[in-house]
Ligand binder design. Structure first.
Ligand code: NAD
Ligand code: GLY
Length: 360
C-alpha cells in the first residue's frame, strides 16, 4: 500500500492507495472516532460497492443515504437531504460522514460535513479516477449554482482519503477519460517528465493496466498534496490546479450541468488556455499541438460546443473565483510542465481565443 501525507499541521491526513482497500476495515476504522456513521453514496455506486464498505464498518451504528446520480444534483437542495438524514437519525457532532463516490458525492459530502453542527469529521472514499487523483484531496467542498460552478462551498479537510484502485474496473470508458483530463493537467502545470510518461503510457492507462493507473494516481496525489500543503486556501500556487477550469466551468454551466463531464470540459478548457497562452507569447505552437494531441489520445473532446457565444463565456468567466475587482484572471502555460500564477488577461486576446474555438 502507498501512503501519502497531506501536511497541514493539526489537520494533516493520509491518502491510502491500494487495490481492494474497501475490504481493509483496519485502515478506515482507525480514522472513525464515533459510533455513529453516515455513509453517503449514489444510486449507481450503492449496488456496486456499498455492501463491501458496510462489511468493513460492522462495528458501527451506520445509516446510509443514497443520492440521485448526476452533476445536476450537486445542489444546495441535495445537501439539505444530507442534513435531514443526520437530524432524523439524531446524529451528533462526533458522527462521521463517509463519502463513497465520485467528485459529486465527495464535494457534497464534504460540504455537508463542514456545515452540520459547524463541522463533523468526514472520510473520502473516491470511486472515479477523477476523484482519486483530484477532488477527494485538498478539502475543496461545495455545490453548483445555476449561475456558476462550485460557487457555494467551504474548505474542509477530510480525516483520510481511501483510494481503492480496484473500483476503477466498473468505471465506463467515458468516465475514465474524464479522469485522465485531470491527470494530464498535473503534467502540464508542474511535471514535464510525467507529461512525457503520459504520452508514452496513454494506451496502457486507457486499457486499465493497474500498474500504470496506480503509478499515475500516486504521482497526482503527491503533486496535489504538495501544492495543498503549500497553499491550502488558494492564496497563491494552488490556483494552478485550475488550469483550463475557467473555460471549462463556463462550458459546464453554459451547456447545462451534466451535458459535458467535468473532465471533458477541463480538457477543452486546457486547449483553450494553451491557445491563449500562445497568443500572449507564453507558449510555442508546437507545445499547443502536443497538448491537443494528448487530450485526443486520452479519448477527450478538444473543441467546445457551438452554442456558447462570446458573451456567454465572458458572463460565466466574469464570475470566476480567481477574479480580482471584476477582472478575469486565468492560468497560462509558459511551457509544458510550467503554469504561471493567475494573470489578468487582455479581453481582446481572450475573445480571439474564444472565436478561434467557435464562439460568435
Ligand atoms: P461523478 O461524481 O459524477 O462520477 C461520475 C459517474 O461515475 C457517476 O455517474 C457515478 O455514479 C459513476 N461512478 C462513480 N464511481 C464509479 C465506479 N467505481 N464504477 C462505476 N461508476 C462509477 O463525477 P467525477 O468526475 O467523479 O467528479 C466530478 C465532480 O468533481 C465535479 O462536480 C467537479 O466540480 C468536482 N471536482 C472537485 C474538485 C475538488 O477539488 N473538490 C476537483 C475536481 C473536480
Ligand atoms: N481542483 C482544484 C483544487 O483542488 O484546487
Amino acid at each position: 500500500m502507498k501512503v501519502i501525507n497531506v501536511d497541514l499541521g493539526e489537520r494533516s491526513y493520509p491518502i491510502y492507495i491500494d487495490f481492494d482497500l474497501l475490504a481493509n476495515s483496519e485502515i478506515i476504522c482507525q480514522h472513525i472516532k464515533s459510533k455513529q456513521v453516515l455513509v453517503l453514496t449514489n444510486e449507481t455506486i450503492a449496488p456496486l460497492y456499498l455492501e463491501r464498505l458496510l462489511v468493513s464498518l460492522s462495528a458501527y451504528q451506520v445509516q446510509t443515504l443514497v443520492l440521485p446520480d448526476g452533476e445536476q444534483y450537486k445542489t444546495i437542495d441535495t445537501v439539505t437531504t444530507i442534513f435531514d438524514s443526520f437530524l432524523e437519525n439524531q446524529y451528533g457532532r462526533n458522527a462521521t460522514l463517509i463519502a463513497l463516490g465520485g467528485g459529486v458525492v465527495g464535494d457534497m459530502g464534504g460540504f455537508a460535513a463542514a456545515c452540520f453542527q459547524r463541522g463533523v469529521p468526514f472520510i473520502q472514499v473516491p470511486t472515479t479516477l477523477l476523484a482519486q487523483v483530484d477532488s477527494s484531496v485538498g478539502g475543496k467542498t461545495g455545490v453548483n449554482h445555476p449561475l456558476g460552478k462550485n460557487m457555494i462551498g467551504a474548505f474542509y479537510q477530510p480525516e483520510c482519503v481511501v483510494v481503492d484502485t480496484q473500483v476503477l474496473k466498473t468505471l465506463d470508458d467515458r468516465q475514465l477519460s474524464a479522469g485522465l483530463a485531470e491527470v494530464i493537467k498535473y503534467g502540464l502545470i508542474r511535471d514535464p517528465d510525467f507529461f512525457s510518461w503520459l504520452e508514452q503510457n496513454m494506451p496502457a492507462l486507457r486499457a486499465r493496466d493497474y500498474a500504470a493507473l496506480s503509478y499515475a494516481i500516486e504521482r497526482c496525489c503527491l503533486a496535489k498534496a504538495q501544492i495543498v500543503a503549500e497553499d491550502e486556501k488558494e492564496a497563491g500556487v494552488r490556483a494552478i490546479l485550475n488550469l483550463g477550469h475557467t473555460f471549462g466551468h463556463a462550458i459546464e454551466s453554459g451547456s447545462g450541468y451534466g451535458v459535458y463531464l467535468h473532465g471533458e470540459a477541463v480538457a477543452i478548457g486546457c486547449c483553450q488556455a494553451a491557445d491563449l497562452s500562445r497568443r500572449l507569447g507564453y507558449l510555442s505552437a508546437s507545445d499547443v499541438e502536443r497538448i491537443i494531441a494528448i487530450f485526443q489520445r486520452a479519448g477527450l473532446p478538444t473543441k467546445p460546443p457551438k452554442n456558447l457565444s462570446t458573451d456567454d463565456y465572458l458572463a460565466f468567466m466574469g464570475r470566476d473565483k480567481k477574479n480580482i475587482d471584476g477582472h478575469i484572471h486565468l492560468i497560462l502555460l509558459a511551457k509544458i510542465g510550467w503554469a504561471e500564477l493567475p494573470v489578468t488577461v487582455d479581453i481582446d486576446t481572450l475573445v480571439a481565443t474564444l472565436e478561434n474555438y467557435g464562439a460568435v
